[in-house]
Design a protein around this ligand. Structure first.
Ligand code: PLP
Length: 380
């Protein structure tokens, strides 16, 4: 099998699954229970929080465990908007955010917030000048993704943070679901107030996530109830999931340097090979893009047809982000980058993990060429 759909989700590390089972078997008590078994599980969460904080160079009290990227983005965005609406009702985001962000802003717009959607250039990057010009006295939140999930574009987060910090009323949220463990980002240096991460994108478990909330930043919770996670997320904690996913984060960081180097080589190879195939157009920019995503379109070819043809050879890629891949139609991200409707509809995404090899990439190119010529033949 050649699994090139790692931006949709990754295979959990074996050690992560083992940890999940061990914790589920031996530490099943409710961390809120006051008996010693509850205390033991509570300590496990405490250790996981400390480990996460140390990996991200922040404080344990700034870590909130969530159910994933969608919840993290919703909690950060709606949480800030609803808590701080008296300070202002203007929000800024970009046109190429993941649906979890985009739809959160659409919802806030529907209840009276004013949202500026920053455009992007042909590489998918926002303009810092436009960001600065969009900042207003009543801007309370700017949300920009670090790495785009469809094309891999890296946004200038550090520079954006330096602009936003000049506006004390505005909080800065970053969706780092695709960037964490692939593209370095210092939360402190970029003056980030809130940052979303998701466990299943770095070989952790689905239904787990991390939201960084800088000390002093207050939010309205999405769920109310018990006082778990600093009252920001009521509900009995997913103890085994949390411990296992933090292990995945540590293991991914341990493997990051050689892993990223390898992915960069494979990505360069793929882009180079793809750009020589007649009818193939590479959509991922060569610069300012993450090491694990390569997006391309094939002229006159529906992506689903190509995906299923590759699948017959045990090769797995996707059309775009997993959650919108079934919707069909043109990609909002590619349209925002200025590509025409057909190119934006025909896009295919390859996404890598540290474990992928150059041999797999070579085989992929062979199989892709075969599939394209076979399908072209049928269409003739
Ligand atoms: C950039 C980005 N943000 C948010 C999400 C949502 O994460 P989750 O699947 O954990 O809800 C994804 C998932 O594809 C993503 O790629």
């Amino acid at each position: 099998m050649i699994y090139f759909d790692n931006s949709a989700t990754t295979k959990p590390f074996k050690e992560v699954l083992d940890t999940y089972v061990t914790v589920s078997e031996n530490y099943f008590a409710n961390p809120s229970s006051i008996h010693c078994k509850g205390g033991e599980t509570e300590r496990l969460i405490h250790q996981a929080r400390k480990m996460t904080a140390s990996l991200l160079h922040v404080k344990p009290s700034e870590i909130i465990f969530t159910s994933g990227g969608t919840e993290g983005n919703n909690l950060a965005i709606k949480g800030i908007a609803l808590k701080h609406s008296e300070r202002g009702k203007h929000l800024i985001t970009t046109m190429t955010e993941h649906a979890a962000t985009f739809e959160s802003f659409k919802y806030l717009e529907s209840i009276g917030f004013d949202v500026t959607y920053l455009p992007v250039d042909e590489k998918g990057r926002i303009s810092l000048e436009k960001l600065e010009k969009s900042m207003r006295k009543d801007t309370i939140l700017v949300s920009i993704m670090h790495v785009n999930n469809e094309v891999g574009t890296i946004q200038p987060i550090l520079e954006a943070g330096n602009i936003i910090r000049k506006y004390p009323k505005a909080f800065f949220h970053v969706d780092n679901v695709q960037g964490i463990t692939k593209v370095p980002l210092s939360l402190k240096e970029a003056h980030i107030d809130l940052c979303t991460m998701s466990g299943h994108k770095f070989h952790g478990l689905k239904g787990t996530g991390i939201l960084y909330v800088r000390e002093g930043v207050t939010l309205s919770p999405l769920f109310t109830g018990g006082s778990q996670e600093g009252k920001l997320r009521a509900g009995t904690e997913n103890v085994a999931g949390i411990v296992a996913t933090v292990k995945a984060l540590r293991m991914s960081f341990d493997q990051m340097k050689p892993g990223v180097k390898k992915m960069e080589q494979i990505k360069r190879f793929l882009i180079n090979e793809l750009s020589h195939i007649p009818g193939v157009l590479v959509n991922t920019p060569e610069t300012h893009s993450a090491p694990h995503i390569v997006n391309f379109s094939v002229e006159n070819m529906k992506p689903e047809v190509l995906i299923h043809s590759l699948e017959e050879n045990n090769v797995f890629v996707s059309t775009r982000s997993a959650c919108s891949s079934k919707q069909g139609g043109a990609s909002r991200v590619l349209v925002a980058m200025g590509f025409n409707e057909t190119r934006a509809t025909n896009a295919i995404r390859i996404s890598l993990a540290y474990q992928n090899t150059m041999e797999e990439a070579e085989r992929f190119i062979e199989l892709l060429k075969e599939s394209i010529s076979k399908l072209q033949e049928v269409m003739r």
